[in-house]
Design a protein around this ligand. Structure first.
Ligand SMILES: Nc1ncnc2c1ncn2[C@@H]1O[C@H](COP(=O)(O)OP(=O)(O)OP(=O)(O)O)[C@@H](O)[C@H]1O
Ligand SMILES: CC(=O)N[C@H]1[C@@H]2OC[C@@H](O2)[C@@H](O)[C@@H]1O[C@H](C)C(=O)O
Length: 399
């Protein structure tokens, strides 16, 4: 038997598995690395987050990725080169991180790598009736496996599409296994570049569970800050937005798009929500004269409105609690806007559930890998065609 397969078989049979989960999101801020121990699987999953860090990307790397990121036309040679390069670069970051933690490669059973999304094209975006939903993550797992010597699972999203989903959000699988609680309606709200949430009903009825993107979290705010204040990557602590006032006309124009009318679940990305989208909304609402601070305040209010309208539509008067994660939870004005639009709703973060909110997405991919190795497909019920019953992840062996 292939030695790598034999090793994989042994890992799947272990009582406890040590898995590194990796996430590099749409914000391009860095590689999130979560070292997790797992026992069990499915609803019996027990996860202990041992270590977590974000290995920040330098500006050169960000520029390299931006050259091929969420653009309809790019240099195909660059995409080809970056697929290998990102895999090797991520492997270097993992090796560095393990050294920092004082953990040997041999102590890690599996790496679960999301890769870098460079284009996300659900049918609602590309609009070609004869073509499927599509998404592309690069940073090939073979490079990670060979350079770290650790078996790597990667490219989780294709299987989701193959089985009827849109390739995202995959959060639903991890949120259900790690955070469901009988008797409490929970909203797991992740505010990354794109904001998404999972609804976990307190009656544990799996046919009601779903995850959906709701629109921009930070992506438009980040893009605008980067354009207006070169060298600044995001509106730290809402410092810029707090100096301005939001324009109701601009916020209304930003919210006026068929994406917001679409039913759940749905997905999106910076392919739609970018500076051209903002310019169009400013033109339509005749708000080109606004100061940068007022535009930032408007973008902040827009993100909060998209989130709150989607939540109100889902819950329709049911009582629920929000558990936040993702970088947007560190944006005070955004959270203030959300609380203002959802009076009386308790907003907490996933730290209270034992998972650092910055680590949650990296932990998700580790959880998906654990399921791929030892789990069984979760059946969310016959109506849940967009939450397919599948195990995800492709295997790369180091040798
Ligand atoms: N102190 C802060 N003040 C305001 N915003 C912040 C702060 N800290 C982080 N952020 C925001 O969080 C972003 C990073 O969030 P996160 O790492 O969750 O995104 P991501 O994982 O790349 O996105 P996605 O989940 O869409 O893939 C930053 O780009 C910034 O906009
Ligand atoms: C295609 C893609 O990379 N989508 C990401 C992105 O970042 C947030 C949101 O858009 C979400 O749909 C997804 O990631 C998370 C981890 C998910 O699949 O649940």
């Amino acid at each position: 038997m292939n030695k790598g397969l034999q090793q994989l078989f042994e890992i799947a049979n272990k009582e406890k598995r040590t898995i590194i989960g990796l996430m590099s999101g749409t914000s391009l801020d860095g590689l999130d690395i979560a070292l997790c121990d797992f026992t069990g699987h499915g609803t019996q999953t027990r996860m202990n987050l041992r270590e977590f860090t974000t290995m920040s990307y330098d500006s050169t790397f960000k520029q390299e990725v931006k050259a091929i990121f969420s653009k309809r036309q790019v240099d195909l040679e660059k995409v080809c080169v970056m697929n290998a390069y990102i895999g090797r670069f991520h492997a270097d970051l993992i090796n560095q991180c393990l050294k920092n933690w004082g953990i040997a490669q041999s102590e890690v059973d599996i790496i679960a790598s999301h890769g870098q999304t460079i284009y996300h094209a659900p049918a609602s975006l590309h609009g070609i009736a004869s073509m499927p939903d599509a998404t592309l993550q690069i940073g090939d797992g073979d490079h990670i496996a060979v350079k770290t010597g650790i078996i790597t699972l990667s490219d989780f999203r294709q299987k989701h599409i193959a089985a009827g989903g849109e390739g995202a959000p995959l959060a639903v699988y991890g949120d259900y296994l790690l955070f469901s609680e009988e008797g409490q309606n929970r909203i797991m709200l992740n505010i990354g570049g794109i904001a998404n949430f999972t609804f976990l009903p307190g009656d544990l009825d799996t046919t009601r569970i779903f995850s959906t993107d709701v629109g921009p979290g930070n992506t438009l705010m980040d893009a605008y800050v980067q354009q207006q204040f070169p060298g600044t990557y995001y509106d730290a602590d809402s410092a810029i937005a707090l100096k301005g006032r939001y324009s109701p006309a601009l916020v209304a124009a930003l919210l006026y798009h068929p994406f917001f009318e679409q039913g759940f679940p749905k997905t999106t990305g910076p392919e739609l929500f970018n500076l051209a989208y903002l310019e169009e909304a400013q033109r339509k609402s005749d708000t080109q004269h606004l100061s940068a601070e007022d535009v930032m305040a408007s973008l902040n209010r827009f993100s909060a409105s998209g989130i709150c309208e989607a939540l109100s539509r889902t819950l329709q008067g049911e009582k629920f609690e929000i558990f936040l994660s993702g970088g947007g939870m560190h944006n005070p004005l955004l959270i203030q806007n959300i609380q203002e639009m959802l009076p009386g709703v308790t907003v907490r973060n996933t730290e209270e559930l034992g998972v650092s909110p910055d680590a949650k997405e990296a932990v998700l991919f580790a959880t998906l890998a654990n399921e791929c190795l030892v789990g069984e497909p979760i059946d969310f019920g016959p109506g849940q065609t967009r939450v397919p019953s599948v195990l995800m992840g492709k295997i790369s062996l180091p040798e």
